[in-house]
Design a protein. Structure first.
Length: 373
């Protein structure tokens, strides 16, 4: 009796296990919330304290002008004097400073910055970035950067040799910028949310909307195009949109993507999607090899012959060989594994497989888009 009961329970559990289910992903990994994003910042500044590896002031005029302007702001006026004309310091470099302002970044918090040389500076090793305002796309200052640079690369040279590792003209300052202005975005006051899919697709958008509606229990989500889903904030989440997003982004959805084959002809890389299908097609691939060998022989006259000469007689052998004469058949509606097995049966490499895939596509026998990088 116990064995019969155990067998019945095991059968029920096996029946409840989904068969052939695809891989699911969180909505958090499939879509972004419009308005919740980073903003790029940029600024122009000077790096000082370099050990003679900075810009050549006579060759880089904007570095010289920036240095003069900075000294004026600090109360040192050298404009129009002989000192300005004779500036020879190699310890200063003009740089561009970039950073990303995170979503909901508040005043007083810090962000990382990247510093890149603009002139002919050889290295930014040991340099210090002086106060540099970072501007947004609207021209307003959102952060101020300053600090010592950390360089991953290095450069060393002597009279007859030079060694460079990495890129010594690019550095990074961890927590090097201080946020001075916030972006006003009241997320909790929104009555509607828009989800932007990272890979737009009609089926994926519909599945996400269905998952959200099933969770909330009301038709609040609606896909308006392959890349956008509009969510009307339910009454119980008004004023607490963060709680709604926290629940929604954890829902599991199986994404659907169009069948595509991506080819990189430069490196010979081929990537096929799981939904790639082909019609019944016969493929033959042959490599034509022509081998030419030269074996010259020396012809000498007979002993005691008069007027004979030693000459070189050419001997050329030409051979033609054609490999891969077999005709392989790839059947209709096969899976990705069977497509790969059928092409591998020809014994060809990635370069020839690229040409075969393009030929099958030209014949209209492959149901997938081919994208050549």
């Amino acid at each position: 009796m116990k064995r019969t009961l155990r067998a019945a329970v095991a059968a029920i559990l096996i029946a409840c296990v989904p068969v052939g289910a695809g891989a699911t992903s969180r909505i958090k990994d499939l879509a972004n919330v419009e308005g919740v994003r980073q903003n790029q910042l940029i600024g122009y500044g000077l790096v000082v304290g370099l050990n003679g590896t900075g810009d050549t002031l006579n060759n880089i005029p904007f570095t010289k002008q920036s240095l003069t302007a900075m000294l004026e702001r600090l109360g040192v006026n050298i404009r129009g004097t002989a000192q300005q004309q004779n500036l020879r310091t190699g310890n200063v470099a003009a740089v561009m400073v970039t950073a990303n302002l995170p979503a909901f970044g508040t005043q007083g918090t810090r962000v990382d910055v990247t510093v890149s040389a603009m002139g002919d500076a050889k290295s930014l090793q040991g340099g210090t970035l002086i106060v540099t305002p970072l501007l947004g796309a609207d021209g307003n200052v959102y952060a101020v950067a300053q600090g010592s640079l950390a360089i991953a690369g290095f450069a060393a040279e002597g009279e007859a040799a030079k060694v460079t590792r990495g890129v010594p003209t690019v550095g990074r300052i961890s927590n090097g910028a201080l946020i001075e202005r916030e972006i006003d975005f009241q997320l909790n006051r929104l009555s509607q949310l828009r989800l932007a899919l990272r890979n737009p697709d009609f089926t994926t958008a519909k599945r996400i909307a269905m998952a959200i509606n099933d969770y909330i229990g009301a038709p609040t989500a609606e896909p308006i195009d392959p890349g956008t889903i509009v969510i009307t904030v339910p009454q119980q989440f008004r004023g607490n949109v963060v709680a709604l997003l926290t629940d929604i982004e954890q829902l599991q959805v199986e994404p659907d993507l169009p069948a595509k084959i991506v080819i990189d002809e430069r490196s010979g890389v081929i990537v096929m999607g799981r939904d790639v299908r082909v019609s019944t097609v016969a493929v033959a691939q042959g490599n034509l090899t022509v081998a030419i060998s030269e074996q010259p022989q020396v012809s000498q006259p007979q002993p005691f012959s008069e007027g004979g000469q030693t000459v070189v007689v050419p001997r050329t052998q030409v051979g033609v060989r054609e490999d891969g004469k077999k005709l392989a058949i790839v059947h209709d509606g096969v899976s990705l594994q069977q497509v790969v097995d059928g092409l591998n049966a020809l014994g060809i490499g990635p370069r020839d497989m690229i040409a075969i895939l393009q030929a099958i596509k030209a014949a209209g026998a492959i149901q997938a888009d081919i994208e050549v990088m």
